[in-house]
Design a protein around this ligand. Structure first.
Ligand code: G3H
Ligand code: 13P
Ligand code: ZN
Length: 349
């Protein structure tokens, strides 16, 4: 299948009542791991690259690796998404390259650190939506700010510092016309999300449900959704790593989210842990080895295992063959003639 729009994947997920994992990549092995997991579980999938990933891998390498994935797995609906775009220009360059969806994270200023005002967020997101929809590309916005910092991106601090206000979420969705909406409910990026298994005082699933009630047809996005499982932490530490004890987002909470409008679930850290644990194990147990394939193969397999498990847990497994790709030019027509709805359904309080 050619690269498809994330909007199509999420519309189909809403029809089927499941969520779609969006997995971050920086290199070929991570793309291979995700595609093997998608084939193994027969899943549609979103592969996403951050600004840091684009810089690390270089745009052209990334794009052509994604084309290779689409070519090798014609039966898998596959979207290529920009994660945490910090400006109109970043989103524009991703669209020009061939990304089929972008996130305009206007919750932060272009420095990727300072929380932006609501009006600034609306203005830049609306500008990206106008540009993207004309070209058939879907847009994710963010309202509220996540905690933590990844690769210099993020406000830092706790996930509870700037949780999403439901009224603002409604106004934001109405004024921007985004295809999906990332909300802040107490999660943060990276491994250190919670100091114990999270309860409702730190992971605000009640807030997510309240937002879904007001915006029943809007595709919600959960960022910072790694579960940071203890077994992956243990492997890293068993072979010389020094991770401090930590908790992520329990899968059952994500599943509750999926029952309440969550259609896209962002996962990066769990895969980073799986890769690092596998590499550490090989180098620790067989220090005489120096062929990168000796540790990259188990690393890729460890990531495939995590991704396949998440695909099953999120419910996307088995759904790759449900639909045919809508071409990106046809998506553009859909936005223009109004068959692709961008005005959210808003329920009374
Ligand atoms: O947004 C967070 C993702 O985990 C990407 O992280 O910016 O370090 O590539 P990164
Ligand atoms: P994690 O750090 O929890 O994997 O979150 C990734 C993410 O939200 C990417 O945008
Ligand atoms: Zn994120």
């Amino acid at each position: 299948m050619p690269l498809v729009s994330t909007r199509q994947l999420l519309d189909e997920a809403a029809k089927g009542g499941y969520g779609v994992g969006a997995f971050n990549v920086n290199d070929m092995e991570q793309i291979q791991a995700i595609m093997s997991a998608a084939k193994e579980t027969n899943s549609p999938v979103i592969i996403q690259a951050s600004r840091g990933a684009r810089e690390f891998a270089q745009d052209n390498y990334l794009y052509h690796l994604m084309l290779a994935a689409a070519e090798l797995y014609p039966e898998i609906p596959l979207a290529m998404h920009l994660d945490h775009g910090n400006s109109f220009e970043t989103c524009e360059s991703a669209i020009k390259l061939g990304f089929t969806s972008v996130m305009m994270d206007g919750s932060l200023k272009t420095d990727g650190k300072t929380p932006a005002t609501f009006e600034e967020n609306v203005e830049v997101t609306r500008k990206v939506v106008d540009y993207a929809h004309e070209r058939g590309i879907s847009v994710e916005g963010e309202i509220g700010v996540l905690g933590g910092i990844e690769d210099g991106h993020g406000a830092g601090g706790s996930g509870l510092d700037h949780v999403t206000d439901p009224d603002q979420a409604v106004e934001f969705a109405e004024r921007t016309g985004v295809d999906s909406l990332a909300i802040a409910i107490g999660t943060s990026h990276g491994a250190y999300k919670f100091t114990k298994k999270p309860d409702g005082s730190v992971l605000k699933m009640d807030l997510l449900i309240a937002i879904h009630k007001r915006l029943p047809n809007t595709h919600l996005v959960m960022h910072g959704s790694s579960s940071v499982p203890k077994d992956l932490q243990d492997i890293v530490n068993q072979y010389g790593g020094k991770l401090k004890e930590t908790w992520g987002v329990p899968v059952e909470e994500i599943q509750l989210g999926i029952k309440n409008g969550v259609r896209k679930i962002n996962v990066d850290t769990d895969n980073r842990l799986a890769i690092t644990g596998a590499i550490r194990k090989v180098l620790w147990e067989t220090p005489e080895k120096f062929d990168p394939r000796d540790y990259m193969k188990p690393a890729r397999a460890a990531m495939q295992k995590v991704v396949a498990l998440r695909m099953t847990q999120f419910g996307q497994a088995g759904h790759a063959g449900d639909y045919k790709a809508i071409s990106i030019p046809d998506m553009a027509k859909g936005y223009k003639n109004g068959t692709l709805i961008t005005k959210p359904l808003v329920a009374a309080k």
